[in-house]
Design a protein around this ligand. Sequence first.
Ligand code: FRU
Length: 451
Amino acid sequence: METKPGAALRRAQEAMMQTAPAAARSPLRPRYHIAAPAGWINDPNGLIQTGGVYHVFYQLHPYSPEWGPMHWGHAASRDLAHWEDFPIALAPDQPYEDGCFSGCAVDAGGVLTLFYTAHRGGPPLRESQCAARSFDGGRTFVKDPQNPLIPAPPEGFSADFRDPKVWRGDGGWHMIVGSSHGGRGCALLYDSPDLSRWEYRGIFAESDGSSGTMWECPNYCEVDGRGVFLFSPIGMPGHKNVYQTGSFDARSGKFTGGPLRELDHGVDFYAAQAFQDERGRALLVAWMDRWGEPHPTAADGWAGLLTLPRELHVQNGRLVQQPAPELALLRGETLAYRRLPLRPDGALSVDWRGQCLELELSFRREEAGRGFTLWLDTAPGRGVPIVYDARRDAFAAPHGVFPHGADLPLDWVPRESPDPAVSLRVFTDACSVEAFASPLVFTSRIAPDAT
Ligand code: FRU
């Protein structure tokens, strides 16, 4: 525990800024995605717009490009396209924590208030829910002296008890926290009249036995008047980050929803958070990475980045993600083709080589012949493929760099859309590809010069 307030934050900030110049020179450094100035990042945290400013916090280990005692890094933007690094918001510096784990932000009568999990590794593992407030527009935060506000899970639930999401309901505030119960993932509901006193209400939603043993990063948000519940299940093979559309009944404290669906079909997508901005628009940001993968950028002192902000809509009970329209502010030179020069083998290729590209391709299913492969070339004759099969009306985006003509491992995802008009929008940055294939999304972190 720190004796002088702020000492842990200052030390963390200094350590991070020492490595920042090397990270900034890294050839794989993203140019328009959020990443920490240096160090390791994972989940996005505390997404909010307040006073016109968008804030994105994230899980940060400022001392090395590996996961370690968690801090909250911070970036802010007025337009969702250009981001400014803010000072580190939270460091683990209290007796009840050795890491400040994931959480959310709310505007409490003009006070930017963060809710996070104070994690103590143990054994025994201890996870509790805490608050911190900023009185200077997010430059500094003061932890609540009453922390931990929720010191332990209710009896019978696992000590894994983390990632609070708070929102305002008609009669007060609600919080859901991820946990586990008899080996089944669940989200627990708490209510509060004042954001300080929290009362346990019961299970908000839980696994039927098929959707994971523990639910990380539960998130609830209203999108187009529908309730949307997201979570990142541990122990649900073949799934990373799922959602359900449905409704939350504040009286019973239960969420009821339709089938669970995958949010994103790429390999690098986890811990998504959704929130409503000041005009009520729902936006989503996720961690563009996954646990246990090597990071070629670690040699340059950094690892991990977040996805683009995505606007959310619900159509036919499904969540549709589109890149936030503000991203058009980043456009530079534009090339327009009325008809793309489709090669006889149905391949299109675009020179990527780690550049920032936004590609937009619109077509009708019946005009697409058998389909096509769009190659984002990392070198002549090789690249990252995105494949469309018109007969199946399905996309596949094999992860990695392949030679043109290679036998690709194709894992087809059907669009399941009645709309014959298909649009494919692809965003590449130095080390990432996000493909929005209405309504599917494929997100991958890629080292373009990898073979
Ligand atoms: C999800 C997660 C959260 C936790 C955080 C720790 O990626 O495991 O459950 O709060 O990361 O960094």
